[in-house]
Design a protein around this ligand. Structure first.
Ligand SMILES: O=C(O)CCC(=O)C(=O)O
Ligand SMILES: [Fe+2]
Length: 317
């Protein structure tokens, strides 16, 4: 762990700090122990229990708001990078960064804004094939409403999303009860790209320490949307295996036009006064476009869809 990281509280510490400030029933501990009632016994475990209950009660968005007030999610997420990429010193050597598919500009943008877009990484045949496979999976009834997964993660506001999802498991441990299906051949190629060149590049730049999951989402054309949210809590702990670190979204919508809707709105990060620092940005879900996000740093939303919309999301931990 480097000096920079030691100076910052871990995610757990920051959450517990909040719990402690909210817990008005915590005793004011006097320096002079004689102020305590004579029969008072302090069992720290009792209060730790209270703190945990408070953490469970607050919603994910409230928790994020509080964490952002302590430090912006982007600053926290930037410490997952091995280097400070926005220095002239580091950028001068960008030609020698060992990248197989990403450009140095894309990596710099991911670092400095928390997100970037890529194009032209996969051939049209694979992309069109994956779109056709998505339609087949829908016709086979393989998708499950995302909101029905809420019991797995009580802090997630699953009412915020109208999409239906399924999971690909590269080891092909199909379990249809849990929404896991065999990976069809064109999706297999996309997964190979993610696990190969893309993972290679991201690993060079960002500390990863966990498994990657693959979710295919279908948004129905009767206005399905996904309200503003973030994919993870901001963490800079290299040992964390739980929080998602990088979100990769592959759009699979041939012939997309503005009337189809389903654009992604990317929210600008808040400044020191909690106000948006810049304008919101729109990403169109065009076939072959890829959106990369620092999962703990960037709020985003999916606008209402007026045409079937498919996207594959990979979350790297
Ligand atoms: O489909 C997209 O554009 C993004 C999906 C997303 O935000 C999510 O699944 O968390
Ligand atoms: Fe998301």
């Amino acid at each position: 762990m480097n000096q920079q990281q030691e100076d910052h509280a871990s995610l757990e510490d920051r959450i517990l700090r909040m719990a402690a400030t909210d817990a008005s029933d915590l005793p004011d501990f006097p320096d002079d122990k004689s102020d305590l009632p004579s029969d008072f016994e302090y069992h720290p475990e009792d209060y730790e229990q209270d703190e945990m209950e408070i953490v469970e009660e607050i919603s994910e968005s409230e928790l994020l708001k509080y964490l952002d007030q302590q430090e912006s999610g982007l600053s926290v997420a930037q410490r997952l990078f091995y280097h400070e990429l926005n220095t002239t010193e580091y950028q001068r050597h960008s030609g020698s960064w060992d990248l197989s598919c990403l450009t140095p500009e894309a990596v710099e943008e991911l670092y400095s804004k928390g997100w970037t877009e890529l194009e032209g990484q996969l051939d049209l045949d694979t992309l069109r094939g994956a779109h056709n496979e998505s339609v087949q999976l829908l016709e086979q009834g393989q998708f499950i409403p995302a909101s029905s997964f809420s019991e797995n993660d009580p802090s997630r506001d699953t009412a915020a999303r109208d999409d239906s999802i399924l999971w690909f498991d590269p080891e092909n441990q199909a379990d249809h009860q849990k929404g896991i299906v065999d990976t069809p051949p064109h999706f297999q190629k996309i997964l190979e790209f993610i696990q190969g060149p893309l993972m290679h590049d991201i690993r060079q730049m960002v500390r990863l320490n966990g498994r990657t999951e693959y979710q295919l989402a279908y948004f129905h054309p009767e206005g399905a949307k996904y309200e503003r949210h973030r994919d993870a809590l901001p963490t800079d702990n290299p040992a964390d295996t739980h929080q998602r670190r990088i979100t990769v979204v592959f759009y699979l919508n041939p012939g997309w036009i503005a009337d189809h809707g389903g654009e992604v709105k990317i929210y600008s990060r808040p400044d020191d006064h909690g106000l948006p620092e810049g304008a919101e940005r729109i990403v169109k879900p065009l076939l072959g476009r890829i959106l990369l996000l620092m999962s703990g740093a960037v709020d985003h939303e999916i606008m209402p869809c007026h045409h079937p919309r498919y996207a594959l999301t990979a979350w790297m931990r």
